[in-house]
Ligand binder design. Structure first.
Ligand code: C2O
Length: 579
């Protein structure tokens, strides 16, 4: 057989391996009662909730025909952790890389999945996903390094649950009546969108347990009684195996572990999730932060009550080493420093800020601006002040420094990339003031969502090798609403050469009357730097009117007077966030 012949057979073989996986998703209201305490309206898919898990094999093409069957809300889908290299317009956040999908309209998400591992998908419109539109997305890897190390896979989603709907909670959260910005506390913790689940296991086997925290807000501690977890993947990155008795997953993080079962089937064992109550400003009376499940060896044996743990001591994810052993990237060409603060604006509500700016969606989706303003695309001004834009030049090494000046914990997520987590300070260590390259690990951990310590900082490094428009934001859904979001416009000139927005994406903008060209307000040509009329956050508090004053006023009868004032000051203000 000639070499060319052999090659053509091989090519044929590989092209027949990658297949197209198609899902038809119609998003609709349905009912759910996952904690058994309260039945409520939830957002389901094809009349079903929990929504389906997406399963593909590495290299597959995924096509999702998405119909927004909600009569009263826009929607969209984001595929959390996928790079969308070459398909930034498939990334999902409304007014960033697409127009929102209005009721009754369709969009097709169509891309090649070329990363293995554990992901999830969720709506990226307003604060929508905690109402139910969040699910696991698994990319199976027949050639993965651990493929011979386990007998079966188990998917374990973690989440939190509210009895009220997000639009109601959001309105209460961003309000002068909530001047301290206290986030709504969930009523329950869930596993696999339920509670008290049993996972049937066989003795003497090894299971790969893929965990995804799909919460709106709560991080969870997770442990399996009398079973050790061996971590092998985080956020789609295979790791060197590392044993752990307890894990901590922030909202949006994923961890896969190997668990080997006992040889004896006489007993069943509890596993536990416990919400991190440090996140809650005030723990409501009677809150049960825990959710329990059981490894069921024997369906006739009892399900023992879970034992309390003396303290939470989870594995430090900074200790993990990627299986690829990719070394520390070279020193940064560009450092983006982001100072996180929270305070009140003139409408009396509490907002979150990067470098004093709180995100407000533009009038033209940022990607559409980047594609339509020519050379001006490298000027951050064209995207609008309150999209908090940063331009990342093609192929440069970028350091993101997050100085968390807030006393709360924040899980930060970058779209379009994973990053090396090269430094995380202790709590209250203050701002980054420079570190020596020699202080950084030689082989840093890599992931896509990282916990920033209260009062401390993290340093993240990646190469800008994926032209696109990518958000970097806190993945506490409340903080998306309060504006803790920045927009990275990566390699806009390269993007202009290689991007065509599909017709069905453009049709959504037409339907909504959203402009598809020009700067953040739709001006082009010689007017491209004219941003008059851009969407802006509320102005600062009036002189002499302190946030403390608002806190003192709230809850007293004077609140009503301030409320009237707020209406007068900001009758026509934009609603911030909305992505
Ligand atoms: Cu789960 Cu903006 O992402």
């Amino acid at each position: 057989m000639s070499f060319a012949h052999l090659l053509s057979i091989l090519l044929l073989a590989s092209s027949t391996l990658a297949k197209t996986v198609t899902y038809d998703f119609s998003v609709t209201w349905t009912k759910g009662n996952p904690d058994g305490q309260y039945e409520r309206k939830v957002i389901g898919i094809n009349g079903q909730w929990p929504i389906p898990q997406i399963d593909v094999d590495l290299g597959d093409r995924l096509v999702i025909n998405f119909h927004n069957g909600l009569p009263d809300q826009d929607s969209s889908l984001h595929f959390h952790g996928l790079f969308q290299n070459g398909t930034t317009f498939m990334d999902g956040p409304a007014m960033v890389s697409q127009c929102p999908v209005p009721p009754g309209m369709n969009i097709t998400y169509d891309f090649i999945v070329d990363q293995p591992g554990t992901y999830w998908y969720h709506s990226h419109v307003k604060g929508q996903y905690p109402d139910g539109i969040r699910g696991a997305f698994i990319v199976h890897d027949p050639q993965g390094p651990y493929k011979n190390s386990y007998d079966a896979e188990i998917i374990l989603t973690l989440s939190d649950w509210y009895h009220e709907q997000m639009p109601v909670l959001a309105k209460r959260f961003i309000s002068y009546l909530n001047p301290t910005g206290a986030e709504p506390v969930p009523q329950s913790a869930l596993m696999n969108d339920s509670q008290n689940i049993t996972l049937a296991v066989k003795p003497g086997k090894t299971y790969m347990v893929r965990m995804v925290n799909m919460a709106a807000f709560a991080a969870q501690y997770v442990w399996f009684e009398e079973h050790t977890m061996k971590v092998i993947e985080i956020d789609g990155i295979y790791t060197e195996p590392m044993d752990a008795d307890m894990l901590y997953l922030t909202a949006a993080q994923r961890v896969s572990v190997l668990i080997t079962t006992k040889n004896d089937t006489s007993k069943n064992y509890a596993f536990m999730g416990s919400m991190d109550q440090d996140l809650f400003d005030k723990v409501p009376d009677g809150l049960n932060p825990n959710v329990t499940g059981w490894l069921s060896y024997n369906s006739n044996a009892p399900l023992p009550a879970a034992l309390p743990v003396p303290e939470f001591k989870p594995l430090d994810d900074m200790l993990l080493i990627p299986y690829s052993r990719i070394p520390l990237l070279p020193p940064a060409d560009l450092t983006v420093t982001l100072n996180v603060t929270m305070s009140n604006l003139g409408d009396g509500a509490n907002y979150a800020f990067f470098n004093g700016l709180t995100y407000v969606r533009p009038q033209v989706p940022t990607l559409f601006t980047a594609l339509s303003v020519g050379d001006a695309a490298t000027n951050p001004l064209v995207y609008g002040r309150d999209t908090v834009p940063h331009i990342l030049p093609h192929m440069q090494i970028i350091d993101i420094v997050v100085n968390n000046q807030d006393p709360g914990k924040h899980p930060f997520h970058l779209h379009g990339h994973v990053f090396q987590t090269i430094f995380r300070s202790s709590d209250d260590a203050g701002n980054f003031e420079g570190h020596l390259e020699s202080e950084y690990p030689k082989v840093p951990m890599i992931r896509d969502t990282i916990l920033a310590p209260p009062g401390g900082h993290v340093v993240l490094r990646f190469r800008a090798d994926n032209p696109g428009v990518w958000l970097f934001h806190c993945h506490l859904e409340w903080h998306l609403l309060s504006g803790l979001v920045t927009t990275f416009i990566e390699a806009p000139m390269e993007l202009q050469r290689n991007t065509t927005i599909p017709e069905n994406h453009r049709a959504l903008c037409v339907k909504r009357g959203i402009l598809m060209e020009g700067n953040a307000v739709g001006r082009k040509g010689k007017d491209v730097l004219d941003l008059r009329g851009e969407n802006r956050s509320p102005d600062p508090l009036p002189e002499g009117f302190t946030a403390r004053g608002i806190v003192a006023l709230a809850g007293s009868t004077v609140t009503a007077i301030l409320g009237m004032g707020a209406v007068v000051w900001y009758g026509g203000a934009q609603v911030p966030g909305e992505i």
